[in-house]
Design a protein around this ligand. Sequence first.
Ligand code: CMC
Length: 428
Amino acid sequence: MPDTLTITDNRTGKQYELPIQDGTIRAVDLRQIKVQPHDLGLMTYDPAFMNTAACRSRITYIDGDKGILMYRGYPIEQLAEHSEYLETAYLILSGELPTKTQYEEWVREVKLHTMLHENVKKLMEGFQYDAHPMGIFLSTVGAMSTFYLDAKQIFDEEARRHQRLRLIAKVPSIAAYAYRHHIGRPYVYPDNDLSFTGNFLNMLFKMTELKYQPNPVLERALDVLFILHADHEQNCSTSAMRGVGSSHVDPYSAMAGAAAALYGPLHGGANEAVLRMLEEIGTVQNVPGFIKRVKGGEGRLMGFGHRVYKSYDPRAKIIKQTAGQVFEVTGRNRLLDIALELERIALQDEYFVSRKLYPNVDFYSGLIYQAMGFPKDMFPVLFAIARTAGWVAQWEEMLLDPDQKIARPRQIYTGPKSRNFVPREKRA
Ligand code: CMC
């Protein structure tokens, strides 16, 4: 017997059988239940999508209670240990890990696309010297749509393949230019002899040396951080990517929307906010007082809590280990002790325990980025580079899903009832 949900309308005594599939009922099945004789039918009210599955997806699986994260079925711990960012991006985009030949070809193709059009460079030069790099990043990604005539051919597989390659390959260049612009240094062209992450470090930090040599420990640490941030199913920015993309706009414009969503302090801007918070706390002695203020409703403990994880974020565990390796090279970040003390107190405090608030991916990542020499306002940009793989994969999945249409939620209207226009001179 198929799983169904029986709903009885107490007003009419009528019963409705709604099929249950994959642990969900279809919201439109509720339409047959009329609240008023001529209305559209019963709707669900779900601000912030607390309990709504908006798509089917084969990309990322999260079990928030058990702290499990998998890309295409591969546990994040295994990918972080054995994979490289570009290989993980291939997996996320195509569904399978590449063979050796496929991987070499993918890396070669990505490297072919790392250069930015000179006019993109000029466009970036127009920003104020103190412009936030994430503002520069998202504007430039949006502007890229005007550089590629095939960007709008979203139902052409070959055109999509090109946009996919361009986006993955060019975001580190945009990010590095945004950073160099911010600090007033000349832009550095890509060096395709280096790895994806090594080249990114080159474009960020190369000075007058003929050839930039990335530190292998830092190069690997950044690559691991990119793997950890590559996708995270239907988060705020991915939902923006799918939502904007559902209007069939080009992927650059959709990704500008996704990057804008990521910029906010409750999402990808949280790592920047964590560092500012740690600096504001200043010393380990100030931690109990800070926790007290958070519990009293004066702000949040940034880098803690998650909509989906109600246990330790598996990415935070890996980042904590990676931090140790990075600090061996860079020296210990003095803010680490404050972070460790915050975590120690919060994990045994009733307020955080009862609300299941644990460190999330952003709690320790900023400490690593800072130790590696990144200024705080670059942190969300680093997140955006990595998340490009997820955004593009989710965008394509949405486009090719026959269940999807333009995203268009309903509302409950709470404004005034119909009233007549009053000329200006007659208004009280
Ligand atoms: N510090 C103090 N209290 C918190 C925190 C926090 N970081 N997070 C949630 N709470 C409290 C909140 O006040 C509420 O308490 P009450 O039930 O008494 O009103 C309860 O916990 C549930 O919070 P919520 O706001 O309903 O939870 P949410 O699922 O809507 O929000 C969140 C999730 C990530 C936005 C939130 O936990 C938060 O603001 N955390 C700090 C910002 C942060 O670290 N964001 C990065 C998220 S992970 C990476 C990413 O997604 O980009």
